[in-house]
Design a protein around this ligand. Structure first.
Ligand code: 13P
Length: 259
């Protein structure tokens, strides 16, 4: 098992270009490239900030990757307001968050949409953009006790029609909705239970060898205080960070917790 941890900051709908440049520069100033021997780091700003953020990191020669928060599956055409995979590649993206719970609940994104987006992202095998596929249950589903089944179905739907070769480089992020932006983090045991179950599902879909290589992240109120214990769990291979990714100090502290 040789999984490198991945710490990805999801900025959500925060930061103008000027603010994004400042935050990226602050992160860059505190970042040491040799950390990437053991941990991969990515920031996922809003679309309009992708290129400016990438330019800052390129200028500083920092091995911090850029990711988008969403994508559309068609290559081009009359899809007002949408952004294609090629456009993301063009501004330097190597990751793309797909199926975040906010997109599912606020913007009606379905499991089928998520599946189409994953397929579009990995279609170009030479320059794939790694999907970070978000799954996770609501508080109602957690209280019902059916969360493992719920998450299993989301994972199977996201990867429907894909084989083990396609799945290489894909990332899954377990983000229980009740822990997002609420300050109520899943305990390390709760997070590990579901991340472990996700890996079992991935094993059933793609074989144990591939599942062993794929990264499963935890997201939901992860911060510098709780990151170390969460990241110490066997099946938690990193974090998808919201609020704590908006300050360079706390984001870098979480990166250090993954070293
Ligand atoms: P918070 O870290 O703010 O809870 O957000 C988590 C998240 O949704 C990351 O995608």
């Amino acid at each position: 098992m040789t999984r490198r941890k991945l710490i990805a900051g999801n900025w959500k709908m925060n930061n103008t270009v000027a603010e994004a440049v400042v935050l990226t520069q602050e992160i860059s100033n505190r970042f040491e490239n040799d950390w990437t021997d053991t941990v991969d780091v990515a920031i996922c700003p809003p679309y309009v900030d992708l290129k400016p953020a990438h330019t800052v990191l390129e200028f500083d020669k920092q091995k911090i990757a850029i990711g988008a928060q969403n994508v559309y599956w068609e290559a081009s055409g009359a899809y007002t307001g949408e952004i294609s995979v090629a456009m993301l590649r063009d501004v330097g993206c190597t990751y793309c968050i797909v199926g975040h719970s906010e997109r599912r609940t606020l913007f009606g994104e379905t499991n089928e949409d998520v599946n189409k987006k994953v397929k579009a992202l990995i279609e170009n095998k030479v320059q794939p953009i790694h999907p970070i596929v978000c799954v996770g249950e609501s508080l109602a589903v957690r209280d019902e006790g059916t969360y493992l089944d719920f998450v299993d179905k989301q994972v199977r739907a996201a990867f429907a029609g894909l084989d083990a070769t396609d799945a290489a480089g894909c990332v899954v992020a377990y983000e229980p909705i009740w822990a997002i932006g609420t300050g109520r983090t899943a305990t390390p045991e709760q997070a590990e239970e579901v991340c472990r179950a996700i890996r079992v599902t991935l094993g059933e879909l793609f074989g144990d060898e591939r599942a062993d290589d794929m990264r499963v992240l935890y997201g939901g109120s992860m911060n510098e205080g709780n990151a170390e214990l969460l990241l110490a769990q066997e099946d938690i291979d990193g974090g998808l960070i919201g609020g704590a990714a908006l300050k360079a100090e706390s984001f870098i502290a979480i990166v250090k917790a993954a070293l």
